[in-house]
Design a protein around this ligand. Sequence first.
Ligand code: PLP
Length: 362
Amino acid sequence: MRPIINVSGTMTALGASIMVPEAIEAMAAIAPQFLDMAELHQSASEEIVRATGAESGIVTASAAAGIIIAVAAAMTGPSLPAIKMLPLRAKGIKGDVVLQGGHDVDYGNSLTQAIRIAGGTPVVCGTSSAVTAAQIEDAITENTAAGLFVVAHTTARTGMVDLPTFARLCHVRDVPVIVDAASEYDLRRFLAEGADLVIYSGHKFLGGPTSGIIAGRRDLIEACRLQNSGLGRAMKVGKESIAGLIAALDAWTRRDHTGIRQSERAALDLWQASLAGTPGLEIKIVPDPTGNPLDRLEIRVLPKSGTTATALTKTLAAGSPSIVVRGHKVDEGVFWLDPCNLHPGQATIVAEALSDLAGRLR
Ligand SMILES: *Cc1c(COP(=O)(O)O)cnc(C)c1O
């Protein structure tokens, strides 16, 4: 395989994140063992409770699986006959899942497909750029199983109703609120803002194995667990992932977040200096759009540079080692360098590649 330096972020297409050593060790240790899986799930729940402040928690195969299972749980509650029937809805099972137009995102599959896999019916309020509280109120009916709220850089940045308001509108009608916070560092905020269930990815900022977390209300987590006897079975999470995630969560609570932030900042400063003064490039350090404690270097490629963002990112990716940037907006002439997945020494290699690039544009 070609070696890759990841300055893109935690991307499934690149292998997600650098797994922390604690997770790797825990996975290797449990791999040859037999154990009571219910006990292991219980330990995981306790670790999730410690990290999030939730009543209870469960490990899933991924955040994407967690969304499907959470929706299924909100629909069926603890009813095993209803769980066994999904994605068909047993008589009397509510199926509408209300979400805002600007939250109808794609993270590999679309959120609305996740709802449909669970047997739910997506009810999208407003448009991709504007939603009012009244539109959400109107969308909630006798048949609403859940409200689904997304926190991600891919949602609409403006025009949406915020989580505390969304949660209040749902709760006055006794509708549980599910929050997809797969990429968010803050393990407590969304529960505090009204989420009944919140979903995180295990293999993004946490540096765990491929896995997901659902944290929240005890009765709903129990309904999530019961989905393992239904559509959750095809999304089974193994002992090695559960053990790895427990270790990653524990490591997260003890991680030197300030030190990591400082070394990320040093990488950004170095890269900015490597490109400084290049004609036709606008370079600045920008904060994460959803408020994670993470900055990135933004590089805007102006026409007067004589090149394009697409050409520059292709050159970086074609080098040896290949440097893969955050390039989802190259068509708009902009890309980012994300410092959160670097091994020691890689920031310098990236800086040298950037200096080369700048040299050719001068
Ligand atoms: C990454 C992501 C997902 C999917 O997470 P996986 O754990 O990789 O399945 C879902 N929603 C959002 C907002 C994400 O950023």
